[in-house]
Design a protein around this ligand. Structure first.
Ligand code: CTP
Ligand code: MG
Length: 226
């Protein structure tokens, strides 16, 4: 089997609030994207890397990552993944989609996802248990207060990460049938009626979304043993 990874890195990082697009923010002398690509290379599982970047940074990334296929992203993440899908080599039959914003993802997570797809699951996602108690809420008359409707069964939910892995045919079908935007690729597969399986994720696969996440990622890289 031939495995490709699409790395969406074309977002602007509004919630992080840095002056450059999120994937190009410095982590340890290397950008978030560079650390992510080094992590992918270390897996030894990937035959083609497709990086999806903002238009103005396309040439820069093509020079910095000569082994990768570099394409321009779109307005929404789904547009960027779609652009990545179109750039996959014909021989790729297992596709991972892995956010540049999860640069610390361990090799073991890649391996679990790829193994499960290669074993026959059409869609596989890494997930971790949720430690906080979860409440469903609605807004109340006082905008500073929300009304609790109930407690969500924590045991029955997972916080979902990337890489998400797919049989290529399944992912192409999920995107062909996608009517609207989803926050992850498995969401599109679910809507297309494709079974999605969960393997164990890892806290290190955290997504850098806020300044707090950036602090955590920089601390981990500065002192990996903790
Ligand atoms: N992404 C992308 N194209 C977009 C939007 C997002 O390739 N139009 C990528 C981001 O670069 C990131 C991943 O999708 O690696 C996950 O998205 P997110 O964490 O939401 O990143 P941003 O959209 O950049 O952040 P924000 O939503 O805070 O602006
Ligand atoms: Mg976003």
């Amino acid at each position: 089997m031939t495995t490709g990874v699409i790395v969406p890195a074309a977002g602007s990082g509004v919630r992080l609030g840095e002056p450059v697009p999120k994937a190009f923010v410095d982590l340890d002398g290397r950008s978030i994207l560079e650390v992510c690509l080094a992590g992918i290379a270390a897996t030894d599982l990937i035959d083609q890397v497709v990086v999806v970047v903002p238009a103005e940074l396309c040439d820069h990334v093509a020079r910095a990552a000569p082994g990768a296929t570099v394409v321009v992203g779109g307005v929404e993440r789904t547009d960027s993944v779609r652009a990545g899908l179109a750039a996959l080599r014909d021989d790729v039959d297992v596709v991972l989609v892995h956010d540049a914003a999860r640069p610390l993802t361990p090799v073991s997570v890649f391996r679990r996802v790829v193994d499960a797809v290669r074993a026959g699951s059409p869609a596989v996602i890494p997930g971790i248990p949720v430690v906080d108690t979860l409440k469903s809420v609605t807004s109340s008359a006082d905008a500073s207060l929300e009304q609790v409707d109930g407690t969500v069964d924590r045991d029955g939910v997972r916080a979902v990460q990337t890489p998400q892995g797919f049989d290529r045919t399944a992912l192409v079908r999920a995107y062909a049938e996608a009517g609207d935007i989803a926050t992850d690729d498995a969401g599109l597969a679910e809507r297309a009626g494709i079974p999605v399986h969960v393997v164990a994720g890892d806290p290190l696969a955290l997504k850098i979304t806020t300044p707090w996440d950036l602090r955590i990622a920089r601390s981990v890289l500065a002192d990996p043993a903790g």
